[in-house]
Structure formats: structure tokens, C-alpha cells
Design a binder for this molecule. Structure first.
Ligand code: NAP
Length: 270
């Protein structure tokens, strides 16, 4: 059996083992996928031990995506842009290839599952951590009219806007005044994990806005409640994105694309 794993800290809550088990069963692939909690100061040692024991690849989550980028022997264009890796593949010669499938996952969820049009739309992206960095390139590639990035720690948003300036119409703005009436508002902060919504004014939501939190489950509730308070009726959490980014990783490892809809439905069912 080929071994895969998700590395994070904490990682016990991760739905990735369930998602990849469902993909493997659906596609008849013989593999195992486990959750491995690496010590905060021990990601590299944990990863190397996994590879030495035959590990073929892995996903990387908070807080190790930047370290994974630094450890990878090569990276695809999206990981290089984001300077963050969420998927690693061990090549037959031991070469460690890094990828970032977060942006692809978000775009597939928005386009294919939620039927949200991005081309020509004004988009507000809240947050400037690894998740935000991973989705900016694909959002700009989708032809948005404007991408505004706002973050609690403003210089981080400015730094990302500067890094991606050559890739499309992106600029940074203050979290408490990022502009008004956006068509799509994406929450890429971890605020929901502590029961909070990012401190944006409700005027950020346009009349027919789509609100999407990258976190899923109860952690998405504070931001989506803020959106509903502003009259937004189209609200989504990040579960679809999670399954879509996992499907892209599965394809990178196994060369086969699993169907995502039944897995999303099963996870929503409990
Ligand atoms: P990260 O690198 O630690 O960044 C956290 C971000 O959240 C920073 O921008 C931080 O702002 C902001 N933040 C934290 N608490 C806040 C608060 N109370 N108010 C306003 N902003 C706050 O984490 P990440 O990797 O970007 O991940 C962010 C979230 O996205 C995580 O919860 C993760 O689970 C989720 N995610 C989901 C998927 C998916 O597939 N659905 C994929 C990737 C990530 P400062 O810069 O000011 O600290």
C-alpha cells in the first residue's frame, strides 16, 4: 500500500484522511492516508522520517506550508507564486516536488459546485496568510475586474499586493475601509476559529454579493452571519474547497481524478 499523510499542528480535526479514503475507494487505488501531527519545531524531521519509511507524498496544513515550500526540491508555478506548498510528492528518485492546490480548489468549488462567476467581478479577499497567498494567483488568472486584499496586520496585505502586482488588478486596503459593494467577499482569515468575524464593515457586501469563508463548519458561522446581516443570501463555507484541493492533490499523486460531489455530500451529511 502506498502511504500518504497530512502534516499539521494541530491536525487531529482534519477531514483529509476521510476525503482521501473516499477517493481511494471510489477509484480503486491501493493507498493509506493518515494524519500526522508534527511538533511545531519538528516538521522537517517528521516529514523525512515519513519518507524514509516509504511515504509517497503528503498534504501540508497550518502552520507548515511555508516550511514545506522551503524544503521542496522543486515547486510548480502556483506554489512559487504563493511561497507556500500544500502538496508534496516524492518522486521515484527521491526528489521532493511541491505544489499548491488551494487556489485551484477554491476556483473549482466556486465555478463548478457553486456556479459563481469571477470574470469581471470585484472581489475582496480578507486575510494575508498562507491561504490568501495561495488563492491570489488563480483569482487574478480567472479575470477578476479588481482584487482588493485587506488584513488585520496591514503590511502583510501590502506585501502580497506588491508581490502579485504584475499578475493583475490587485491592491491592498485597510481592513476597516477596504471599499464598498464587492461582488464576491472571501474570508481567508483564521478569525472564525476563535469565534470571530474579521472587522470589516457590512458595506463591503454588494447587493447580490456572494460571501465565502475558506474555513468550514461552525468556524465559518461568524463571517457568514455578518454577511447575512448585510442582506447577503448566497453564503458558502470552505468544505467544497477542501475537497477540491484534495482532489487536485490526489490527481498529482495518482494520475486519476476522483468525483468530488459525492464526497462533499457525504461530509455535509455528517
Ligand atoms: P495563517 O497563515 O495563519 O493566516 C491567518 C490569517 O488570519 C492572517 O491573515 C491573520 O491576520 C488572520 N486572522 C487571524 N485571526 C484574526 C482575527 N481575529 N481577525 C482578523 N484576522 C485574523 O493561516 P492560513 O493558512 O492563511 O489559513 C487561514 C484559514 O483558511 C485557516 O483557518 C484554514 O483552516 C483555512 N483554509 C482552508 C482551506 C480549505 O481547503 N477550505 C485551505 C487553506 C486554508 P494577521 O496577519 O493580522 O495575523
Amino acid at each position: 500500500m502506498d502511504r500518504y499523510a497530512v502534516f499539521g499542528h494541530p491536525v487531529r480535526h482534519s477531514k483529509s484522511p476521510r476525503i482521501h479514503a473516499a477517493f481511494a475507494e471510489q477509484t480503486g487505488q491501493a493507498l493509506t492516508y493518515e494524519a500526522i501531527e508534527a511538533p511545531l519545531d519538528g516538521f522537517e524531521a517528521t516529514l523525512r522520517a515519513f519518507i524514509a519509511a516509504g511515504g509517497r507524498g503528503g498534504n501540508v496544513t497550518v502552520p507548515f506550508k511555508e516550511q514545506a515550500f522551503a524544503l521542496a526540491d522543486s515547486c510548480d508555478a502556483l506554489a512559487a507564486q504563493a511561497q507556500a506548498v500544500n502538496t508534496l510528492r516524492v518522486e521515484p528518485d527521491g526528489h521532493l516536488a511541491g505544489f499548491n492546490t488551494d487556489g485551484i480548489g477554491l476556483l473549482r468549488d466556486l465555478a463548478q459546485n457553486l456556479h459563481v462567476e469571477l470574470r469581471g467581478r470585484r472581489v475582496l479577499l480578507i486575510g494575508a496568510g498562507g491561504a490568501a497567498a495561495g488563492v491570489i494567483g488563480p483569482l487574478l488568472g480567472a479575470g477578476v475586474a479588481e482584487l482588493v486584499i485587506a488584513n488585520r496586520t496591514a503590511p502583510r496585505a501590502q506585501a502580497l499586493a506588491t508581490r502579485f502586482a504584475g499578475h493583475g488588478p490587485i491592491h491592498a486596503a485597510a481592513l476597516n475601509a477596504p471599499g464598498e459593494g464587492f461582488d464576491v467577499v472571501l474570508n481567508a482569515t483564521a478569525a472564525g476559529l476563535t469565534g470571530q468575524a474579521p472587522a470589516v464593515p457590512v458595506s463591503v457586501f454588494g447587493p447580490r454579493a456572494v460571501a465565502c469563508d475558506l474555513v468550514y463548519g461552525p468556524a465559518a458561522a461568524p463571517f457568514l452571519a455578518l454577511a447575512r446581516q448585510a442582506g447577503v443570501t448566497t453564503c458558502h463555507d470552505g468544505l467544497g474547497m477542501l475537497v477540491e484541493q484534495a482532489a487536485e492533490a490526489f490527481w498529482l499523486w495518482r494520475g486519476i481524478r476522483p468525483a468530488t460531489a459525492p464526497v462533499i455530500a457525504a461530509l455535509r451529511g455528517g
